[in-house]
Design a protein around this ligand. Sequence first.
Ligand SMILES: *[C@@H]1O[C@H](CO)[C@@H](O)[C@H](O)[C@H]1NC(C)=O
Ligand SMILES: *[C@@H]1O[C@H](CO)[C@@H](O)[C@H](O)[C@H]1NC(C)=O
Length: 451
Amino acid sequence: MKTSNLVLTLICVISLTCTHAKTGYFWHITDFHYDPLYTSQGDTRRHCRRADERGSSGHHRALGRFGDYSCDSSLELIESAARYMRTRHSENVEFVLWTGDIIAARYTGNEDDKYQAIRNMTDLLSRTFSSHFVFPVLGHLDPAPSESLTNLWMHWLPLEALQTFKYGGYYTIEQKQSKLRIVALNTNLFSVRESNSVQARRQWEWLDAVLDKATGNKEMVYIVGHAAPGSDSRHPYDMSSDANAKYLRTVRRHAKIIAGQFFGHLHADTFRVIYDNDRPVSWTFMAPSVSPHRDPADSSNPGLRLYKFDTNTGKVLDYTQYYLDLAAANRNVAEWTAEYNLTQYYGLHEVSAVSLHNLADKLQIGTPHETNIFHKYLRAYRVRHESSESCDGACAHQHFCAITCLEHVAYRQCVEAAASALAAAGDSAPLTMPLLNTVVIFFAFVIIMMN
Ligand SMILES: *[C@@H]1O[C@H](CO)[C@@H](O)[C@H](O)[C@H]1NC(C)=O
Ligand SMILES: *[C@@H]1O[C@H](CO)[C@@H](O)[C@H](O)[C@H]1NC(C)=O
């Protein structure tokens, strides 16, 4: 008995020293929206494509070679992003997350053209990360999973992953040297249109099984997808309400092993906090897009994100957000630069659900200092693109609601409560939290009474 205990202790000590904390990096890149038809002779009213012969001519301004805030990405923009990534941290990069919407929204090519555009982007990333694995997920603009797409990405995915990918666009990757598992979701299957399909049901069953198994194996998990749960003023309710609620329940149940959730889609730099009975238990980060264009307005500069993490535990330690000042690039050359580092920018001691909850709290408008933090947040949200639209009062509160209220009903109530509070206070008066809290409590009371 004693000897086996000793052996056990020894093994533990040895394995502890062998798996000493190691810092690694991974890229998160998203929403290329590559438009093969982009041209600097294009027309902004035609998505920066050449106006047809019959179209009114003489109405163009010269467009930049790296793109335009009202259009999707030119090839040169994406190539400059790839070149920049190659120069950063390449020796410590463990993998790359590529979260969908590879082709431009209104790319009119047929299926073959689309496939060729995706193949060209795949080739570019394969050359950029020649000794790394890229883990792609599908966005709503990407084609459905197929044999040809599976073949295109087979050099990045192991056999088991290819099987589930080919069927449903989802897969899991075990990082053998660490206890970290990547779970790549097809969030298109959470949409209203697809959430009742057989594939959607299979993905849920598969996700539950993967997370249960990871719990049993004491693995930590990263969840990766295109569209995040929750809502946003510009993209309300990407998931069906049922899928959204189910996703949040799943995350709460497995919060202990979920070391991070990474999404794209919004073309904005933001985050979410997930609560379990008012306790912050998990978070999601949304990386900004490479494409400068956002519908319907309020564009952003192109962004790339490099995460720093503990390769043993998966714990996210920080990230550096890189960006390209698109207007400056078009005047001269493309100079990608570091925009900010998460922990330093917001003064966080660590990256956790609790620290992000505290940050979200400070984003509520109130004292001048807090207003200041909100403006920092907004600057990052737009990736430093100067916007003519101001965002205070109800707009600012909507950001807070999006970050903290991921349930659809809760989000709606949060936004409505703020609007009423503002109306009551008169639009020009600053919105103070005590007033807002009173209104929220009042509305909650009314809702409880109505039930
Ligand atoms: C893909 O790359 C090839 C070779 O450079 C090029 O001829 C073709 O036009 C590209 N197609 C698209 C859709 O980007
Ligand atoms: C962010 O951190 C990196 C090192 O991790 C450093 O090289 C860089 O200068 C920092 N950037 C900013 C904008 O603070």
